[in-house]
Design a protein around this ligand. Structure first.
Ligand SMILES: Nc1nc2c(ncn2[C@@H]2O[C@H](COP(=O)(O)OP(=O)(O)OP(=O)(O)O)[C@@H](O)[C@H]2O)c(=O)[nH]1
Ligand SMILES: [Zn+2]
Length: 343
């Protein structure tokens, strides 16, 4: 696609904005340089617990929270990042100096369509579904593929168990079995009558988790059920804000009373599949990924070729036809650039 030609005035404006941005960054770094070694304490490790535009919330190894500036040369910091930082000696803000390598990273597109990190070091994705809104394996697959491609283990959480009557039970059990056969743990809970909450809390212990899933399945209700004091913690940190328009909090890290952390934000709850190719999609289906190298033709499209290992496995019942059909359905929504089309 040809780039839109900018007229001189537009170009001048863009250059002006960029120069202003450079100036701001330089000023900010200069300000930071004035926080000389005398004003800052020893370097130590910490975790990013919140992001406020020009500042971040950092938690020290012994659990103290503090607002910090960060060096303008750092790449985008996100909640869950492990960092090296220096606290202030007396008053003021600390400074984040460096980011430790990330084990995992969740990304989503910004308003220009570029993938940006939103959370780091997530260790478990809890994919929530419910009898209502009516669950679909195609939708669950999308979250599971995203988890596989991010290298984050996924657990399915069937919420609103109180709504499962005798008539619905076989359908729900089939769905649970489909995923259990693939090795995904499935927990059955009800945020409303606290059914099954203990196993859920147990699954959260000692890990950094996120809840994801379709709107209305009860993610907020589950967060509140496992994290009664979430509101209190939110109030704590933002009280001292006083920042301008860039105060939007993108995500937040909470400690669970039972141990473990929860990273939560609307952006993460809607975490989905972005900008992937059909080949990547295939590798997000763990059982298809195992078979893909075994087709008769190396360039098999897995649609109608003789000797396609995927088709044969579905026909023999070795893998689920439903999952293969979902794979085709999602693959058809990816355009040639591997970008997902949204209407
Ligand atoms: N019967 C029943 N209803 C529930 C349960 N958990 C949540 N709900 C209801 O389901 C609706 C949606 O719950 P939310 O927690 O807002 O769902 P959500 O997934 O966070 O939705 P979004 O914020 O739109 O993503 C609310 O009316 C809840 O009261 C449950 O265990 N049983
Ligand atoms: Zn094939």
């Amino acid at each position: 696609m040809a780039k839109r030609k900018l007229n001189r005035r537009q170009q001048w404006r863009i250059e002006k904005i960029q120069a202003e941005k450079r100036d701001r960054a330089q000023r900010r770094n200069a300000e930071l340089e004035t926080l000389v070694a005398d004003d800052l304490g020893d370097e130590q490790t910490g975790t990013i617990t919140a992001h406020f535009g020009q500042q971040v919330g950092v938690e020290s190894a012994d659990g103290e929270s503090m607002r910090c500036h960060f060096r303008a040369t750092l790449e985008q910091l996100v909640v869950g990042d492990r960092v090296i930082w220096q606290p202030p000696k007396s008053e003021g803000l600390g400074v984040v100096e460096a980011i430790e390598p990330r084990h995992t990273v969740l990304k989503r597109p910004d308003m220009y369509g570029n993938l940006k990190p939103v959370a780091a070091n997530v260790e478990q994705m809890l994919v929530v579904f419910a009898p209502l809104p009516t669950p679909s394996s195609a939708l669950l697959d999308r979250y599971l593929v995203a988890a596989e491609l991010s290298d984050i283990p996924a657990t399915l959480v069937l919420n609103k168990a109180d709504l499962i009557d005798e008539e619905l039970r076989p359908f729900i059990d089939d769905m649970k079995a489909l995923y259990q056969r693939l090795g995904y743990p499935v927990l059955e809970v009800s945020a409303h009558d606290s059914l099954g909450l203990a196993p859920l809390q147990e699954a959260l212990v000692g890990k950094t988790s996120v809840f994801v899933g379709q709107s209305g399945v009860g993610k907020s209700s589950l967060v509140n059920a496992v994290l009664p004091e979430a509101d209190l913690q939110v109030g704590d940190l933002s009280a001292s804000s006083g920042l301008g328009q860039h105060t939007t909090v993108t995500a937040r890290l909470f400690h669970l009373p039972t141990g473990g952390e929860l990273i939560d934000s609307p952006g993460i709850r809607e975490f989905g599949l972005w900008h992937i190719s059909e080949d990547e999609l295939l590798h997000g289906y763990r059982e298809l990924s195992d078979l893909a190298g075994h087709c008769k033709f190396r360039n098999c499209s897995h649609r109608n070729e003789p000797g396609c290992a995927l088709i044969m496995a579905a026909e023999s019942g070795e893998i689920s036809e439903e999952r293969l059909a979902n794979f085709y359905q999602i693959a058809d929504t990816l355009d040639e650039d591997g970008r997902e089309r949204y209407s």
